[in-house]
Design a protein around this ligand. Structure first.
Ligand code: SF4
Length: 431
């Protein structure tokens, strides 16, 4: 469901402390809600089930975003809050307990159950954290039951993953005081991308590497003061804060998109582990070369083209850095729903001087700026893509970057191809 939100007018804010001026906008915006994260999270944690406690609208969103799974038992569903619940005529907690009991009796393969809150569950003030505690008493230790909110009023869709991972952090066991140093990679990555990174870290001598989220609920990593973590995604503010509270150390780094971002990301871990510079170069050299070569195949379509990024996935500053530095694109405007300056510091430092950054949205004004600039490619959410295509613009859905394996050296060519495809397609249609 698209959430349209009208609040305060645009405020051009440039606090003196900010190194790069940012246009902050607080007007009508258009984003998907955090339930969308279930689409990639349910594929990642393979014994988890996501039970949305929401309305038929939430169910429709999930169904259309994730498609219908024909060959497998689904691992998400919606417990519908109906009129009787909304009117306070039914005890929603009792109904929820009944649904969960039925689900877990039918599906012994479920080892972790997320109760996912929505706008309607928040409206009727259904306390899902209490429900999770209550149900845990019944079903633990066979099933872990956790909760988080995917409600969409004031959020953007990638925050659903942040809320889910933040719910997992209290479940991470504490490492002992004498535990070895361990590296934690935080943020959903495709399994094959994780495997590639593990090989690179191991070749550098970093032996103990964990991932959050894990592939399986039995593999939730232990954490503690010996844990240093790299963010694989830029939208994990709350998860990072909770890891920090548990004594883990954040490793500042760019994000692993493209040859340059991947090298900077790996280097942050290498430096923390005092990996010899020559060893690092030996381990990364061929991957870096392969990535650069793969991107060069698409550079001819991208170089010199003007790019406009609307705020949607929070990946926009990373895409802008990659496309400007490795593919030669010109940046018209780089919009992002939220700008976390600490986590994005390395990315912002690599953007070309004078890049127009905007945070938040006032969609009509932003569309005017976009039309005035006549970009060659617009990266935006699904709601804007069709109208802009109809106006003659080539567009790319930013949500594709969270569904497609794009991180790491071996995926750099696929990443560039994602952006080249709408341009070459348009070219072909003209011929
Ligand atoms: S959680 Fe809210 S924004 Fe998301 S689909 Fe449900 S009602 Fe719509």
């Amino acid at each position: 469901m698209n959430v349209f939100n009208r609040t305060a007018p645009t405020t051009p804010a440039t606090p003196e402390t900010d190194e790069m001026p940012v246009l902050r906008q607080r007007g009508q915006r258009e984003v998907f809600c955090g339930l969308t994260g279930i689409v990639w999270l349910h594929r990642k944690i393979q014994d988890a089930f996501f039970l949305v406690v929401g309305s038929r609208t939430c169910a429709h969103l999930m169904q259309s975003a994730a498609g219908v799974m024909i060959f497998a038992e689904p691992r998400f569903a919606t417990a519908i809050i109906d009129d009787r619940d909304l009117a306070g005529l039914a005890d929603a907690n009792e109904e929820l307990d009944r649904i969960v009991a039925r689900l877990l009796a039918r599906r012994p393969d479920i080892k972790m159950l997320f109760l996912v809150g929505s706008c309607p569950s928040e409206v009727i003030k259904l306390d899902l954290s209490k429900a999770a505690q209550r149900l845990s008493r019944t079903f633990s230790p066979d099933v872990r039951i956790l909760n988080y909110s995917g409600s969409g009023i004031e959020t953007t869709f990638t925050q659903g993953e942040d809320a889910c991972l933040a719910a997992l952090v209290p479940d991470c066991a504490a490492t002992g005081a004498d535990a070895d140093d361990r590296l934690l990679v935080v943020g959903t990555l495709a399994d094959m991308v994780e495997d590639q990174f593990v090989r690179l870290f191991n070749a550098m001598g970093i032996e103990h590497v964990d991932f959050l989220p894990p592939r399986n609920s039995q593999e939730i990593p232990a954490i503690g003061p010996g844990t240093r973590f790299l963010l694989a995604q830029p939208y994990l503010t709350e998860t990072a804060r909770l890891l920090d509270e548990r004594g883990c150390t954040y490793l500042p780094a760019p994000f692993p998109l493209g040859a340059e971002g991947t090298t900077g990301w790996l280097k942050a871990a290498a430096d923390a582990w005092n990996v010899d510079a020559e060893v690092f170069d030996n381990v990364t050299h061929s991957g870096k070369q392969r990535a650069t070569k793969a991107v060069s195949l698409y550079k001819q379509h991208l170089e010199g083209k003007k790019l406009f990024l609307f705020p949607d996935s929070q990946l926009e500053p990373l895409m802008a850095r990659f496309l400007s530095r490795e593919a030669g694109m010109g940046l018209v405007e780089v919009g992002t729903p939220y700008l976390h300056r600490q986590h994005l510091a390395a990315e912002l430092a690599m953007l070309p001087p004078g890049t127009m950054l905007s945070e938040g949205q006032d969609v009509d004004k932003q569309l005017d700026r976009c039309r005035a600039a006549k970009p060659d490619l617009v990266v935006c959410g699904l709601g804007l893509a069709n109208p802009l295509e109809a106006e003659g613009y080539a567009t790319k859905w930013s949500i594709e970057l969270v569904f497609t394996p794009v991180q790491g050296y071996e995926q750099a060519g696929d990443l560039a191809e994602l952006f080249a495809r709408p341009l070459t397609r348009r070219q072909r249609l003209k011929v």
